[in-house]
Structures are given as C-alpha cells and as structure tokens.
Design a protein around this ligand. Structure first.
Ligand code: ARG
Length: 457
C-alpha cells in the first residue's frame, strides 16, 4: 500500500521543493560582496549610519569565514542563500542587521549575485582556454613539417602538416575566448538597486554600488533587469559551443589512437583497460570529454525553456536557472583542465602519419595544377586527365605519388619530366603558401599570430 503523506511530511516536502538553498549556497561569496557594497552605498547616502555599516560589514565577513570553514549552519528554515545570510547576520549583530535589506529585494539581489557569478566564471573559462591554446601552440611548433593526410568527408584529400591541423583547433578555441570576452563586455551591467521590480523611493546611488562591484554601468530598466537571464544563456551557449569544439578534437583523438589510424598513443594515465580483454587500451578520457556536450546542451535548452513565455517581472521559475549553469560551468572548467593535460600526454607517431599520406593519391590536385601551368590547359581539362592517371594507379594498385614518368606518360604522353616534382607530398604541402594555408612557412606565421594574441590578451 502506498505510504500516506502526513501533513508533516507534506510541509517538509514543500519546503524542500520551494527552497534553493541546497544549490544556491554556491553564490555565497557574491551575495556577501554584493551586500557589503549595498550597505556601503546605504551609508554614504545616510540611509544607515557608519556604525551600522561597520557592524554589517564585520558580520558579513564573519559569515563568509563560517561558510568557508564549513561551520555555517545551513537549514531549510532559510529558503535560499540570501535569507540564510541575512538571518545569520541578524543573529550576530542584532537590529543593525535588519537594515541591510533596505532599498533592495531578493529579486535584484539574486540577479546581482548570479550575474557576478557568470561574469567571474566566464573569465575563468577564458583563462583555461588560453592555457589550452598555449599547449596546442607548443605541440604545433614541433610539427610544422609532420605530414599527415588532410581530409574532407573523412576521406584523404590533400597532404597537410600536423601543426596546421592543431592550429585549426587553436582557431576554434580562440573564437571561444573572444565570445566569452564579448559576452562579459555586454553583460557587465549592475542590476542592484532595481529592488523588487519598480526601483525604490529611497535616495540610493546605483552608480556607486556598481562601481564598487566593478561593473561598467547600471541597467536601464528595472522591470527588465530583475527578470533578465540573457547573461546566463550567453554563458551556456558559449560553453556549449566550446564543448562542441572539444568534442570534435576528442573525436579525432579517439580515431587517431585506433589501430586503423595509429597516429597517436595516449599515455597510460589517460587510457583505461577492459575488464575482460587484457590487450585493450581504451580512450575513455577523450570519449567522456566529447560526451559532455550532451549535458551542457541540455542545460542550455533547459534555461531557454524556463525563460520562454515568462511574464514580467520576477517569477519563481527563474530559480530553476542555477543548477544547469553550475553544472555547465563545472563541466567546462574540468573539461578544459583535463583536455589540456591530455594533449600533453599523447605521443605522436610521425611515421604512421606520413605513411597514411601515401594512400589516396594526395598529389592529384598538384599534378592537375602542374598541367595547367606546363601545358597551358584549362583546369577542368587537366582535372579529367589526372582523373585518368588516378584510374591507372588504382588499376595497378599503386599511389599516384609513387608513379614513374613512364607510367604517367602511358596516360598522358606529353607529360613533362618536371611533373615528378609535383608528386612529392612534402612539396605539395609546402606549395600551399596562400594566407592561412598549410605550408610550413605559413603555419609558422599562424603560430606567431596566436602567440602574439595570447601575449596581448
Ligand atoms: N531563491 C530565489 C531565486 O533563486 C531568490 C529570489 C526570490 N524572490 C522572490 N520574490 N521569491 O530565484
């Protein structure tokens, strides 16, 4: 028989359901910082006196200490971190503590705390992204002439070098940093002082509080501000995009560490065995990293859905904004740290990479380009001739790059002997000197560009 919910159980269940304390205690530091700045402003506006302000500040700092030492008593009698800190403040300093909430509401308070959290975390993510880019550049600079097949459709296409491949990821992660920076610039706006929804009749100074908290400006419309969560959505989107980039790199690491590719070996520390197959080395870490995309995308969609159709202004629905963000932030920070370590724990098998360039007739485009120049052919005509050369090579079970002049002439009798220079895979890679191309020289330029950017940013 189903257990009946007694009244007591019922109210416990409700209390727990309604409360956010168990997760929003994550915001304690922002809440205390925001409260000190708010009290300071109240004092300079003569809304509270100096003595009250210093008691409030001292009490809040004591609470911070209690939380950090793990001795703060979190109880669901307090619905959220804001109530928990305020009621503890009143316990400690008495009546002065009751003045802290003058000219503010939990609505602008939570909007402030959560915004500060998102801004800070986005900066932390940027820093870790830059560390990762630094590692990619380090590895890149050692491989500007390490040949491997460049692919399109996961089919061998043209020879490139390993540096070029990693620099593509450096470009993605740089865009992720740029996105964090521009989001933070846009969202660096203080909500505090908006009060419940309509502003306040007290003579407050919002600019002063904003300045003390390091904001660039204050928000324009209080009704919007207390219910706006765009800043959190941007953070979630930025994390999702970054996680998608991480998943692409990790997918390659998984492929490259397989027998079929054999391009890299992941160190023992980052590989795992199988419980039944003694020979196995599984790339669990890059697999997990690529799978994290699922949860962060879920968190983004979750908050977009919470915000959809919400009437103005604050609604309790927005309490559901936090757990997904906390989860995405933790996932982003740990993923970046682990991916960075992983990149420094792979061994690159240059020979295997080079061997793989000898499959798939990677010199075909160069040979067609050669005919365009040597015989003044239109590219499309040259293309059709080389298509026949490829067919010939396939029939003979050799690679175009290995063909002799005689063999080339069997297909195209006018083939000049200089054509042989265009079969070299290394020369093919180094011929791609156009800006952003794969040539060693060009990759060195790209590395220089990213290094300068890291230095200046
Ligand atoms: N715990 C609430 C939240 O996270 C704080 C704001 C509550 N405001 C209110 N009027 N109930 O959104």
């Amino acid at each position: 028989m189903a257990k009946l919910i007694t009244d007591d159980n019922h109210s416990e269940l409700l209390k727990k359901f309604n409360a956010s304390l168990l997760f929003d205690k994550e915001l304690y530091a922002q809440d205390i910082k925001g409260s000190i700045a708010h009290a300071n402003m109240l004092c300079s506006q003569n809304i509270i006196n100096d003595d009250e302000y210093s008691q409030i500040k001292k009490g809040l700092l004591q609470i911070k200490n209690e939380i950090e030492k793990g001795v703060f008593n979190f109880t669901l009698e307090d619905e959220d971190i804001h109530m928990a800190i305020e009621s503890r403040l009143i316990d400690i300093i008495g009546d002065s503590g009751k003045k802290l909430h003058t000219a503010r509401s939990r609505n602008d308070q939570v909007a402030l705390d959560f915004r500060m959290y998102c801004l800070e975390k986005q900066d932390e993510i940027s820093l870790l992204l830059k560390d990762l880019i630094g590692s990619l550049l380090e590895i890149s600079s050692k491989h500007t002439d390490t040949l491997l097949p460049g692919m399109t459709h996961l089919q061998h296409a043209q020879p490139i070098n390993f540096s070029f491949h990693l620099l593509a990821y450096a470009s993605m992660f740089k865009r992720d940093v740029d996105r964090c920076v521009s989001s933070n610039k846009r969202n660096n706006i203080s909500p505090i002082g908006c009060a419940a929804l309509a502003g306040t009749g007290y003579e407050i100074d919002r600019e002063k509080t904003a300045k003390e908290l390091g904001f660039d400006s204050i928000s324009i419309n209080c009704l919007d501000t207390v219910s706006d969560r765009d800043f959190a959505l941007e953070l979630l989107f930025n994390i999702s995009t970054m996680a998608m980039h991480i998943s692409r790199l990790c997918e390659e690491l998984v492929n490259w560490s397989s027998y079929e590719f054999g391009f890299i070996k992941i160190s023992d520390e980052f590989s795992t065995g199988s419980s039944i197959m003694p020979q196995k080395r599984n790339p669990d870490i890059p697999e997990l990293l690529r799978a994290k995309t699922g949860r962060v995308n879920g968190n983004l969609l979750g908050l977009l859905t919470v915000m959809k159709s919400l009437p103005l202004a604050y609604n309790k629905d927005t309490q559901e904004d936090k757990e997904g963000v906390f989860d995405s932030v933790k996932t982003a920070l740990s993923s970046l740290e682990i991916l960075n370590a992983l990149m420094n724990n792979i061994t690159i098998n240059k020979d295997k990479m080079k061997e793989a360039t000898k499959i798939g007739h990677l010199s075909s485009t160069d040979l067609a380009d050669f005919l365009v120049n040597s015989d003044n052919l239109a590219f499309r005509d040259a293309y059709h001739i080389i298509k026949k050369v490829v067919q010939y090579a396939e029939d003979k079970n050799i690679d175009v790059s290995q063909m002799s002049l005689e063999q080339l002439r069997e297909v195209y009798p006018d083939m000049k002997k200089e054509a042989l220079e265009y079969l070299s895979l290394e020369a093919s890679m180094n011929r791609r000197v156009s800006k952003g191309g794969t040539a060693t020289k060009e990759c060195e330029e790209q590395i220089k560009y990213f290094k300068n950017w890291l230095k200046d940013s």
